[in-house]
Design a protein around this ligand. Structure first.
Ligand SMILES: Cc1ncc(COP(=O)(O)O)c(C=O)c1O
Length: 411
């Protein structure tokens, strides 16, 4: 029984997710790999199916009936995203493939317009490879310098060090909102304040934050916010780059092609207005519509009660995991989202993951695309259980039982 959030009917929520109804290896599936990707509610699957069945056509080009319907649905999805993150205007919402593409877009386009050799980009030790490698590629092209603010042993950003490293040459701060490997929540509002006070722009990698808590880009005052649809109960291949309109206006196109132009001649071309300037080619039309349906779904359940439910699960899991002899929790930040990373004495994380899988418990094992963070913590990797709105305390119990089995096998 979920005492912290008694009104939250998790069993009802679970019934919305067809994939959760199955068994694996003869046991009920316990899906705890949500930080990698979340399962999809029937509402999203139905929206995708419905669009392909009835309304499908290319967007923005056709004058015909279906194309107009498809364009309306695609732009309506953009409006849903805008409302969801409280952006000021629809043109601040650029549809991309995912967080990775959003960050690469900023690196290439903001980089070209606003950065030069010797300018500094400040990230943290908590970053996913997607928020490290694009800045390294940019450094190779432009000669920009990548600086990395440290974390403490609990996996919390050292804000004092971060502030010290914000120098006169820092032009961009790029930080994760929530660490995918440890669950640590970064104090992003304070980070934005500190960075803006020094004249630096801020990109927030929201891949792990967006499914778990309300994000308000206007009150955060961040310059860019990036996230993926698939971690938000929506489809893969669709994601969002939010950018302040005046900043996006100041940046050149990322890719050239159809849709992003105003006029083309063999001599030169002029570009479309925002957001289309950054959406070259046929977009993932149905992906955007599916993402809109996911947002509707999540808002229907209520993000606040989802957040409370996941906090309760994390607290319960943390307390139970702490009781296991030989188990060490990795990442004990005071402010954490629903991610529990751990090590079992004498057992390789991959063996833990494989044995848990045979008990029907899906987790992730390894470096979680955060190799520099693992190196900082002196680890090769961890086993990671990550929670979503449909997980239950009983599933945490199943995880614990499976961990006991691992311990017995390796005794
Ligand atoms: C913090 C963080 N940033 C970026 C990404 C990359 O997201 P995607 O693979 O959807 O582009 C992930 C995915 O795990 C992530 O957790």
């Amino acid at each position: 029984m979920n005492t912290a959030n008694a009104a939250y009917d998790v069993e009802r929520v679970r019934r919305d997710f067809p994939a959760l109804q199955q068994q694996v290896y003869g046991r009920p599936l316990v899906y705890l790999d949500n930080a990698a990707s979340a399962q999809k509610p029937a509402a999203v699957i139905d929206a995708i199916r419905g669009h392909y069945t009835d309304d499908y056509a290319n967007v923005h080009r056709g004058l015909h009936y279906l194309s107009e319907r498809a364009s309306d649905a695609f732009e309506a999805a953009r409006g849903k995203v805008r409302g969801f993150i409280n952006a000021r205007e629809d043109r601040e919402i650029v549809f991309v493939r995912g967080t990775t593409e959003a960050i690469n877009l900023v690196a290439a386009s903001f980089g070209q317009a606003h950065l030069k050799a010797g300018d500094e980009i400040l990230i943290t030790e908590l970053e996913h490879h997607s928020n490290i490698v694009p800045w390294q590629l940019l450094g190779e092209r432009l000669g920009t310098v990548l600086k990395v603010a440290p974390v403490n042993d609990a996996g919390e950003l050292r804000l004092d060090e971060f502030e010290r490293m914000l120098g006169p040459r820092t032009r961009l701060v790029a930080v994760t909102h929530v660490s995918n490997a440890l669950g640590s929540i970064n104090p992003v509002a304070r980070i934005v304040e500190l960075a803006h006070a020094r004249g630096a722009r801020v990109l927030i990698d929201g891949a792990q934050a967006i499914p778990h808590a309300a994000v308000d880009v206007r009150s955060l005052d961040c310059d860019f916010y990036a996230f993926s649809g698939h971690k938000l109960y929506g489809p893969t291949g669709i994601g969002v780059l939010y950018g302040k309109a005046e900043l996006l206006e100041s940046m050149p196109p990322y890719q050239g092609g159809g849709e992003m132009i105003r006029e083309v001649s063999f001599m030169r071309s002029t570009y479309a207005d925002l957001p289309h300037k950054f959406e070259a080619g046929t977009p993932h039309i149905v992906g955007a519509i599916g993402l809109g349906a996911a947002i509707d779904y999540l808002q229907g359940v209520g993000l606040e009660s989802v957040a409370r439910h996941e906090e309760d699960l994390l607290a319960y899991a943390t307390a139970r995991l702490r009781e296991v002899p030989g188990l060490r929790l990795v990442g004990t930040a005071a402010d954490k989202a629903g991610i529990a990373s751990f090590l079992l004495d004498g057992v390789h994380t991959h063996d833990v993951g494989t044995i848990l899988d045979r008990h029907g418990v899906a987790v992730r094992a390894g470096h979680h695309c955060a190799m520099p963070l693992m190196t900082r913590l002196g680890l090769n990797g961890t086993t990671r259980a990550s929670f979503a709105l449909y997980n239950t305390r009983a599933e945490v119990d199943a995880l614990l039982e499976a961990i006991q089995q691992v311990r017995e096998m390796f005794r």
